[in-house]
Ligand binder design. Structure first.
Ligand code: PLP
Length: 375
């Protein structure tokens, strides 16, 4: 049975146009810190890639630091800021953030390195920014990774500007999908990774003028402007930057394709007259990013039933050590109705998902949810 992958928010396959470039470059020895010509060639490639990515972000090249992932970039931002800032460090954030922000912030708070101020979350999937803040760090992501809901970015820019706080914005799901220029966005730091934009796994970045306000967390050599020690994986970085360039160049065609797939599925569900909730579906949202709940079904049961029929999607809750754990983001959105979070199914097609695949997914999903509690 051929599997239909509809979980592109989790990870994307490597773009076929990029794989040969990475393999070719990996065949060369490439330590960009070596003084010999081979090392200098690697350094040239590395800096060319950095300049390319910086241009896409609207930043100078020395404001881009490569890391192994968005998780590492987010850890570097939070831990690095707490280390470099005199206490108390107040962090304004919310339950919507990815676990690599949430749990890092909680750990910092547990050891007294930070104090957390949690914003309320509305049913619309947006964090409610306060009018003013005495926090020194604001962590508000650009688009939420379970619902695709775009946050109040203009509000965060104003709040950071008026309060002098550093705004760290996780753009992992947002980059390449929405137009972006970091100085216009107003974030002091942004983070994202290659494997969400058809680039290789194992490479990400932290970028922005706020780098000067953080202490390095991996220490050793002077790589990455002394923000992050360790020999740079030059071929992966080149693959990352190529993926970023393609995402920006092909943005409008990818968006229209995703919107078409999304309308197809929503249209079929409505036609079938089935009751369902479109979580976070009423405001600005990334194209092709669907979070749906079907009354009477848990997301986890549907994921298993769909998997057995050849469709890979994900749920808003996961089975951790035998206990169902609901996603904190969805739990915060639906604190009045926990079944809505437990029922959540995340469907995220990709740029190459065929229309026919979405049609057969719609057929199977409708069949499953037309038989209450028999997923
Ligand atoms: N931030 C967001 C919003 C994400 O969606 C993810 C991955 O799902 C991450 C961070 C972590 O990214 P990485 O897998 O590169 O560590």
């Amino acid at each position: 049975m051929k599997t239909v992958y509809l979980d592109y928010a989790a990870t994307t396959p490597l773009d076929e146009r990029i794989a040969p470039l990475i393999l070719r470059e990996m065949a060369h020895p490439a330590n960009a810190s070596s003084v010999h010509q081979t090392g200098q060639r690697a350094r040239g490639r590395l800096e060319e890639a950095r300049t390319g990515l910086a241009a896409l972000l609207g930043l100078p090249p020395d404001q881009v630091v490569f890391t192994s992932s968005a998780t590492e970039a987010n850890n570097l931002a939070l831990r690095g800021f707490c280390e470099a800032t005199s206490r108390p460090v107040k962090i304004l954030t919310s339950q919507l953030e990815h676990s690599c922000i949430r749990s890092t912030a909680e750990r910092l708070a547990d050891r007294g390195a930070a104090e957390l101020q949690l914003m309320a979350v509305g049913e619309d999937g947006r964090a409610r920014l306060p009018e003013t803040t005495d926090a020194s760090l604001i962590c508000l992501m650009a688009a939420q990774n379970e619902t695709g809901v775009i946050q109040d970015l203009e509000g965060a820019r104003r709040l950071a500007e008026n309060s002098g706080a550093l705004w760290h914005c996780d753009i992992t799901q947002y980059f390449g999908v929405e137009p972006l220029n970091v100085p216009e966005l107003g974030a002091g730091l942004v983070s994202f990774s290659a494997h969400k934009i058809y680039g290789p796994q194992g490479i990400g970045c932290l970028a922005g003028p706020g780098l000067k306000r953080i202490a390095p967390q991996l220490t050793g050599g002077p790589q990455e402007g002394e923000h992050r020690a360790g020999t740079q994986p030059v071929a992966l970085i080149e693959g990352f930057v190529e993926a970023a360039k393609l995402a920006v160049a092909e943005r409008s065609q990818r968006r229209s394709h995703l919107r078409a797939l999304e309308s197809l599925l929503l249209g079929r569900l409505r036609e079938a007259g089935l009751p369902f909730f479109h979580n976070g579906g009423n405001g600005a949202r990334l194209p092709g990013f669907l979070n749906l709940s079907f009354p009477g079904f848990t997301g986890a049961d549907l994921v298993i039933a769909l998997d057995a029929r050849g469709f890979s999607v994900s749920a808003g809750s996961a089975c951790a050590t035998g206990v169902m754990e609901t996603s904190p983001a969805l739990a915060a959105m639906f604190s009045q109705d926990p079944t809505r979070a437990e029922g959540a199914l995340r469907i995220t097609p990709g740029k190459d998902t065929p229309v026919e695949a979405m049609e057969s997914f719609a057929d199977v999903l409708i069949q499953l949810v037309s038989r209450p509690n028999k997923a």
